[in-house]
Structures are given as structure tokens and as C-alpha cells.
Ligand binder design. Structure first.
Ligand code: CLF
Ligand code: SF4
Length: 496
């Protein structure tokens, strides 16, 4: 292997998270698998080709590939009750962090700089901080500028859908084959509780009338995308007491109109964000409520469960953010020259790693097939920084990935954010409390390594930390552990 090949085995050994892996020295889902962790499955080849390197459209791809957003679209044509315009678009980014607004030319320079340092970069998304289609001129100009510099990126946009029907044909012209529409309702009466107003064709509409126009435009946009073969993901913000049960109907309607993926995201609500919902005390859902709803949606439109609600200027693998390394003041004045070699080499390594992991998953499933079919499903937490492996120290985990395991297999279930426990080499008791809250309802956590004190602290809280599978594939380790516990009828009798 040449010296500039990026080795995933180094990622596997936990030496670097995928997006930390340096570029080469040159400077540079049945209907299946979209959100699936099993790769292509029975997905048609032309669809797989579109999603296999997209970290949001393929759960498997998010172990290997990174996305970046450029904040070029500040204006918006609607008001959502979970948004404060001082902050980023809450549809596609968490509120509370202001982005640096960029011109299309600055955005292109930033993309070139990121691509030169992050060979995992596969997707450029425009997700605000307002609405990417209301601000269509800037969005289109950005894709135009970037395509001059980097020919191999996938393009992706996120929109509230109001302006979408006006630009359907232009999407294809710009090679944008992934579009996200945020659809929180298909019933304007519910919509009126979420959207106080919209601005459409030079006029402001409020209440049910505004919500009806938005709904009709969203459906028209979705149908237009489907008929053009553009993959569409639907984001829905789950708002307890307002649209939580209604999202089952939303899921049905979007599936009927050809949506590829449905991403149900928890409302983030805090009075400090100054949003209407935050100020009125509207709460977001608990992790268990979100999971219950997602479980009810199984069998409908395919679900995405690995969304990180990233910001409108996010850079890196999902779950990490390198945006502060690429602020305007740190960008070169002239765009970096595109060097395809590190990116090509990285993809070669990923293909080998994917094949290896697929074999490991098959082996894990075979092992689970020998376990007792009635054994209870278990949720476990995993510390990982990519590559589908248990390769992170407990103290460094800023989030836990959650997997569900039973005799049928090991399935990704979601993630839970937690402050990392270890600060400057020492555990921090306050942060341990945050970690324990994040692990609510989970009694087993897989780690590459853990100190004796936190291990004892977790034990006192009823959580077992397992460090017997460092750097193994998650599925192999979790299946091995589960098979050991539930492999014999006599053993399962006393284990809840
Ligand atoms: Fe960005 Fe969105 Fe494209 Fe992904 S994010 S525009 S589809 S490239 Fe991804 Fe981020 Fe979730 Fe969005 S994790 S908030 S789903
Ligand atoms: Fe805010 Fe986005 Fe809603 Fe516009 S569409 S109001 S920017 S959350």
C-alpha cells in the first residue's frame, strides 16, 4: 500500500476518527436499505449508486463518508414556531448556533479547502440558514461555482417546500439528485399550530389558509421530484401533543407520493432559543417517545434514524463538527486545486472495508440465529468514532450509538448525545450525570476502553461497561455478547 493511502485500519484501531484522517500528503432499504445498515440489500443498482456514499441517505455510508453544508441562503419565506430567525434553520440544523453567511464564491473556496483535507467528503448540502429554494439564486450560483472546482461531489438541498415547485427542472440541470423537504403535517389545521404565517407570491398568509398553501406546495413538490427520479427525504419535526400521532398519516402520504426516506427528528425546544415553542414551554419528545413513534412507522416509508440535526455550516462526519477549522479567516485566498487521488484511494479502502464488514455482519447474524427466538430484544450503547467499530474510549464519547439486538440481528436504533466524560484526562462528575441521563433505559455500554472509576460509577448506576471487544465490528461484538447471554434456554430463564 502506498504511503499516501488512507488506512481504515488506523481508523479501526482508533488512532483517528474518519474525518480526522489526514488527506494524502499531496495536499491535499423489502424495500430496503436507504436508512439500512446492510448496504445495497435488494435496492436497485442505480439507486444504490446514488446513496452508497451519502451519509444521510445510507446508514451504512455514514460510517465512512462526510458531508458539509455551506450557509449561503439566509432568507426564508415561512415562519416555523420552532425557529428563531437569529439562528440557523431548525429544520435542518439545531437552533442556538449562528452560522457565518457566505457568498457563493466564498462557499466554493471553503468546499475546496475541506475537500483537500477531508477525503471522506462526498456530499455538499445547502440547508439554510434560511430556505435554500427561496434563496434559489444564491443556491444555484453556489452549485455552479463548486462544480467548476470539484467534479466528484454529490449535491443535496433541504427546503420547507414552499418554493420547490418553481424550481423542479432547474434541480436536474444542477445535478442535484437529493432533496429534503420538511413536512410536519398533511392537515392544515395541525399546520396552523406549527406555522403562524407564510409568504407566498408577494402576499402573507396566516393560520389554516397559510398552512393549506404550504401543504399543497409540499405535495406538488414531492410529486414533481418523484416523477423526475430525484431522491427525496422527508424531515418531520416531532412535536408532542401537536403532530406526534399525526406523523403516522404524514408517513403514509409521503410514501404514497414516492418519498425515499422519512426522518423524524425530535423538536429541540428551549426558552433560551427565543422560539415561539421554546417560550410557550412546548416540550420536545423523550428518546423513548421518539423510538416508540419510529417503531410505529416501521413498514411505512423507510426511516432514517441516524440524523444528527446538524447546523447549516456543519463540516465532517455526522456527529462531529469541523466547521471551526474552516471559518472564512482560515481559508486560502485562492481555492485549493482539486486532487482526485487521495479521494480515490480513500474510496478504494472503504470498498474493501465494506466488504469485510458485510462478512462480519453475516457471521453475527448466523451466531444470533442460534439464540433463543423468544429471548428479549435489548438496547445497547456503543462508543464509536466511525468505521462501524467499537473504537472509542468511554471518556471521549460525545455521543453513544444505540443498537437493538435480538435473535433476528443487530440493528442501528439511533444515537444519544452526551458530553464527553473525560476532561483533560480526568473524569468530571457533572458530566458523568449527563452521560447517565443519556443512557437512560440502557444497561450495557460497549467501549474500546474505560477507566476503573467510571466503570465502577456506571456499575453503581446499574450499567455494565463492556471493554472485551476493542476495535471489533459493532455487530460482531454485540451479537457475540448477546449469544453468550441468550444462547441457552436455561440461561434465558433468569435473565430479563
Ligand atoms: Fe445536509 Fe441534509 Fe443533505 Fe444530509 S444533513 S442537506 S440530507 S447533506 Fe443529514 Fe444533518 Fe440530519 Fe440533515 S444528518 S440534519 S439529515
Ligand atoms: Fe426557520 Fe427553516 Fe422554518 Fe424558515 S423553514 S422558519 S429558516 S426553521
Amino acid at each position: 500500500m502506498s504511503s499516501n493511502v488512507i488506512s481504515l485500519s488506523s481508523i479501526a484501531r482508533g488512532r483517528m476518527a474518519p474525518a480526522e484522517a489526514p488527506a494524502a500528503p499531496t495536499g491535499g432499504c423489502s424495500s430496503t436499505s436507504c436508512g439500512s445498515d446492510k448496504g445495497q440489500g435488494d435496492m436497485p443498482a442505480h439507486i444504490w449508486d446514488k446513496v452508497k456514499d451519502h451519509p444521510c441517505y445510507s446508514e451504512e455510508a455514514h460510517h465512512y463518508f462526510a458531508r458539509m453544508h455551506v450557509a449561503v441562503a439566509p432568507a426564508c419565506n415561512i415562519q416555523c414556531n420552532y425557529c428563531n430567525r437569529k439562528y440557523d434553520c431548525a429544520n435542518e440544523s439545531r437552533p442556538g448556533v449562528t452560522s457565518e453567511k457566505l457568498s457563493p464564491e466564498q462557499a466554493a473556496r471553503k468546499v475546496a479547502a475541506v475537500a483537500a483535507r477531508v477525503p471522506q467528503l462526498s456530499v455538499l448540502g445547502i440547508a439554510g440558514p434560511g430556505d435554500s429554494m427561496f434563496d434559489w439564486r444564491k443556491t444555484a450560483a453556489t452549485f455552479r461555482e463548486v462544480s467548476k472546482l470539484l467534479p466528484d461531489l454529490k449535491y443535496c438541498i433541504s427546503t420547507n417546500g414552499l418554493a420547490l415547485p418553481d424550481h423542479l427542472d432547474e434541480l436536474a440541470e444542477h445535478n442535484i439528485d437529493h432533496v429534503t423537504i420538511t413536512i410536519n403535517m398533511v392537515d392544515p389545521e395541525i399546520g396552523a399550530l406549527i406555522y403562524p404565517w407564510i409568504y407566498f407570491k408577494g402576499k402573507r398568509y396566516t393560520g389554516i389558509e397559510g398552512a393549506r398553501i404550504l401543504h399543497e406546495r409540499q405535495m406538488e413538490g414531492l410529486e414533481g421530484l418523484t416523477s423526475r427520479g430525484i431522491l427525496t427525504k422527508i424531515n418531520s419535526v416531532m412535536i408532542p401533543g401537536i403532530n406526534d400521532q399525526h406523523l403516522i398519516e404524514v408517513n403514509r402520504e409521503i410514501k404514497a407520493r414516492g418519498a425515499f426516506l422519512h426522518n423524524v427528528m425530535p423538536l429541540i425546544s428551549d426558552a433560551a432559543h427565543g422560539t415561539a415553542f421554546g417560550l410557550s414551554g412546548q416540550r420536545g419528545p423523550k428518546p423513548a417517545e421518539l423510538k416508540d413513534l419510529q417503531d410505529k412507522l416501521a413498514g411505512g416509508a423507510n426511516l432514517m434514524r441516524h440524523c444528527r440535526q446538524c447546523r447549516a455550516d456543519a463540516v465532517g462526519m455526522l456527529g462531529e463538527d469541523l466547521s471551526q477549522d474552516f471559518t472564512l479567516d482560515k481559508l486560502p485566498e485562492v481555492a485549493a486545486v482539486f486532487d482526485p487521488e487521495p479521494r480515490r484511494l480513500y474510496r478504494e479502502v472503504v470498498e474493501r472495508e465494506r466488504a469485510d464488514r458485510a462478512k462480519a455482519v453475516e457471521g453475527a447474524e448466523a451466531e444470533l440465529a442460534d439464540t433463543v427466538a423468544e429471548a428479549p430484544a435489548r438496547l445497547v450503547a456503543v462508543c464509536t468514532k466511525g468505521g462501524g467499530r467499537i473504537n472509542q474510549h468511554f471518556g471521549h464519547a460525545k455521543e453513544f450509538q444505540i443498537f437493538e439486538v435480538d435473535a433476528k440481528g443487530v440493528r442501528f436504533s439511533g444515537h444519544r448525545k452526551a458530553d464527553n466524560y473525560c476532561v483533560g484526562g480526568y473524569g468530571d462528575d457533572d458530566k458523568l450525570d449527563v452521560v447517565l441521563a443519556a443512557l437512560e433505559g440502557i444497561d450495557t455500554v460497549f467501549v474500546a476502553k474505560i477507566g476503573r472509576c467510571p466503570k465502577d460509577d456506571l456499575k453503581k448506576a446499574g450499567i455494565e461497561a463492556i471493554d472485551a471487544y476493542p476495535f471489533d465490528y459493532i455487530e460482531t461484538a454485540v451479537a457475540g455478547w448477546y449469544a453468550q447471554r441468550f444462547g441457552q434456554v436455561s440461561e434465558t430463564a433468569d435473565i430479563a
